[in-house]
Write a protein that binds this ligand. Structure first.
Ligand code: ADP
Length: 546
């Protein structure tokens, strides 16, 4: 029997419609490319997005066409985002930190037709556009005065939208239509396009708003540090307007001082970013003896969360740090480390061990651990296995991939992470499958060793990688970037790790490097680290005797 309820297709344009109509005066604040802080409200963003839609329709953009953006978080970027998806076109957010050849590959693979870019991207566009024949129009996200002169034809956003009507029709298409395209950074092989749908993002928004997930409300002021091009901006482009939270967009300035200024002047209560964002903010606060007077909680994800960030934000600034795990392919939120009813009864210090886990699963999703033969493994908190995930917000395959879907026989997607799941359902990543160190047939978690080493007071950044060993196949070595002005001997780090990790996980060597390279999304680039270590060999005694 069919239910007698109304049809309400879950298309994402409805989210901004709702924000404009019911939270119309809630502000969206941007540190603009022109310099000043710009104040708008959801009603203004909605009107701007409708003008963008008008411009896109006039330019011949049709449902399913790809419209690319290349820039930082801003009110104009937000208007282009909704203006594109509102008419059924696909918003493809590009990462300006990628190498030019990666961008050329991605733009061509996606077949982007129009491109909206921050003015600082002009030199990059000069380099890549001659190799991107599908891009037929480029519009710079600025006023006329700040629009760069380019050798290719380009326009300026403000005059392009000015005076356009705000009545372009939105929605009316199938909720399973594509809405967004986001490429993974391609740390293994070529970047791959994850194609989100209206329905999948709509569901993800409602899942991520749960109290045991991001827990946003109309009372929150949200600083979105996560770039709009990174993993669907963790869904915040949808979740903040859905609940009418005030949104603060930092533009290009993401250094500690600029973020701190925005947090304090705008009364930010919640923020989301990768660990390096918080490390930079904390370094700034320490240097300037700054305070965080309004910030209550932050979600940190994208890479392993060092304990020092949790403790410093909690003890020195009264901010609750909540770890989230996900990936571009999971829209991205999968698990969030909030206390279960059992964990909530522990003391705050006992809870730390759970905060360091990646957390418990959101509703609508399923997880399993499997071994190399795809057999399910127990959830006992110690058995490692490949982490597999399933649900309506998880990719089934990649854009333009001829291999079809990427799922196992039970419909699960392989995350490429190696994890444990404990009896209370807390998932903990022990490694990326490609980074895991296999020593004497057993797995060593590079992430665990890195996290402990990062607790050393002289360490700015640590990375652990496996190197070939004649007897054990692979052994871990620790690479350390020291804090400025510090000097250290390798044994100081080994003594520090002693007792914290199993003996056979102890790195066979400590190598001090000037810089541990970070990839385009702020994570340690182990591929590049390995390349830089070509020709490295283990110290003689370690290689022979261990
Ligand atoms: P890319 O693969 O392009 O870096 P993603 O942003 O999609 O792109 O990265 C997802 C991966 O990031 C996850 O599979 C996992 O390895 C890592 N990750 C995400 N969140 C966490 C976390 N809280 N702790 C440790 N690793 C994480």
């Amino acid at each position: 029997m069919k239910a007698l309820m109304q049809d309400w297709s879950m298309t994402l344009d409805k989210i901004l419609d709702h924000a404009a109509r019911w939270h119309g005066d809630r502000e969206v604040i941007t540190r603009s490319v022109e310099g000043p802080i710009v104040r708008a409200a959801y009603a203004d963003i909605h009107a701007g997005a409708k003008q963008v839609s008008h411009g896109l329709l006039e330019a011949g953009v049709k449902p399913g066409d790809r419209v690319a953006t290349l820039g930082w978080n801003s009110n104009r970027h937000l208007a282009v985002w909704y203006g594109t998806i509102g008419i059924g076109a696909v918003l493809h957010s590009l990462n300006p930190r990628l190498f030019p050849e990666q961008l050329v590959y991605i733009v061509n693979h996606a077949g982007d037709e129009m491109l909206f870019a921050d003015p600082f991207c002009a030199p990059l566009l000069e380099e890549i556009l001659p190799q991107c024949p599908t891009v037929r129009r480029v519009i710079f996200l600025s006023d006329l005065a700040h629009t760069p002169n380019t050798s290719f034809p380009s326009e300026s956003y403000e005059p392009w939208v000015a005076g356009r009507p705000i009545d372009a029709a939105w929605g009316g298409f199938d909720e399973n239509s594509a809405a967004g395209l986001c490429y993974t950074s391609g740390t293994t092989g070529n970047p791959k396009g994850v194609l989100y749908g209206h329905r999948s993002n709509y569901l993800h928004t409602m899942m991520s708003l749960q109290p045991d997930a991001l827990n946003l409300s109309a009372r929150d002021t949200v600083l979105l540090i996560v770039p709009m091009y990174h993993a669907n901006a963790w869904g915040v482009m949808y979740s903040a307007p859905m609940v009418g939270a005030k949104l603060v967009l930092p533009g290009q300035k993401m250094d500690g001082a600029s973020l701190h200024e925005l947090i304090e002047t705008e009364g930010v209560t919640y923020s989301a970013g990768v660990p390096t964002n918080w490390q930079m903010l904390l370094a700034h606060l320490k240097e300037t003896r700054g305070k965080l007077t309004t910030l209550q909680r932050v979600t940190v994800g994208g890479a392993a969360l060092p304990e020092s960030i949790i403790l410093t934000l909690r003890d020195d600034y009264g901010v609750d740090v909540i770890q989230g795990w996900g990936m571009t392919e999971t829209s991205p939120l999968g698990t969030v480390s909030v206390p279960s009813s059992k964990v909530a009864k522990l003391s705050i210090d006992e809870q730390i061990v759970y905060k360091l886990k990646q957390g418990r699963l959101l509703c609508n999703l399923d997880l399993k651990l499997v071994d190399d033969e795809d057999r399910r493994l127990p959830h006992d908190g110690t058995t490692f296995g490949r982490l597999m995930i399933k649900g309506p917000t998880v990719a089934s395959g990649y854009y333009g991939d001829r291999h079809g879907d990427a799922l196992d026989d039970e419909g699960f997607f392989d995350t490429g992470d190696v994890s444990t799941i404990d009896a209370d359902g807390y998932m903990q990543i022990t490694d990326r499958a490609k980074d895991v160190i296999k020593s004497g047939g057993e797995w060593i978690s590079s992430i665990d060793v890195e996290n402990f080493a990062m607790g050393h007071r002289k360490a700015a950044l640590c990375a652990v990688i496996g190197v070939t060993h004649p007897k054990w196949d692979e052994r871990p070595i620790l690479l350390v970037q020291l804090k400025p002005g510090q000097a250290a001997e390798g044994h100081e780090f080994l003594d520090f790790l002693d007792g914290k990790i199993p003996k056979w996980w102890m790195p066979d060597d400590v190598v001090f490097v000037d810089e541990i390279p970070l990839g385009p999304t702020g994570k340690i680039d182990k591929k590049l680290l390995r390349q830089r270590l070509t020709g490295y060999s283990l110290p003689f005694d370690a290689a022979v005797t261990r």
